[in-house]
Design a protein. Structure first.
Length: 188
């Protein structure tokens, strides 16, 4: 290994050691007030209602200060399946970004969601395919995003897009990475 590479690696190792020794507490960071959390809860409720989450238009979201997580309709987020947790996390991420943007807090100006819908299944046990509602939670998620007017960008990397046609305009763009036989974000 030449001297330059060795110097860089040594410097990075020293920085890693310094970071490992750092200790932080919650007081070291800006915190959200009760009013801030309430605003995020309401935004999440509105989003969940828009996608008819849990077949309900009256979803309730509460932040649990003991677990530092959200309860949805009286149920801890962690008690849902991984697909539903992924959808809820995506909704929180969008609502938190919207909160930061509206309040003028530091915010990078975009959100990237990596496969928020791929693990969510829109099927119930014992229901035949012909009885399944044609509007899935995934499609409802896309509809909810499109109808909102965000002043930041949302990038979704997902295996499957919506089953409906999206009107392409300045606010909505789609780049299909699975065309021409290729698959994935990075070309093979």
């Amino acid at each position: 290994m030449d001297h330059t590479k060795h110097s860089i690696l040594s410097s990075l190792q020293d920085k890693e050691d310094d970071v490992d020794e750092l200790k932080y507490s919650a007081e070291d960071f800006d915190s959200l007030t009760v009013a801030d959390l309430y605003d995020i809860e309401i935004a999440m409720q509105d989003f969940l209602n828009d996608i008819n989450f849990d077949n309900s238009k009256d979803n309730k979201v509460r932040f649990d200060e003991d677990t530092y997580d959200f309860n949805i309709n009286g149920k801890r987020r962690g008690m849902f399946g991984k697909g539903t947790r992924a959808v809820m996390h995506a909704i929180f991420t969008i609502c938190f970004a919207e909160f930061l943007s509206k309040k003028g807090n530091p915010f990078i100006g975009f959100v990237v969601l990596d496969s928020p819908l791929v693990t969510h299944f829109d099927k119930e046990r014992g229901v035949s395919l012909s009885d399944v509602n044609s509007v899935s939670l995934s499609d409802s998620f896309y509809h909810a995003l499109i109808k909102r007017d965000y002043n930041f960008q949302i990038v979704i990397l997902e295996n499957k897009g919506p089953t409906f046609q999206i009107k392409i305009n300045d606010a909505n763009k789609i780049h299909n990475l699975n065309k021409n036989g290729s698959s994935g974000f990075y070309p093979v």
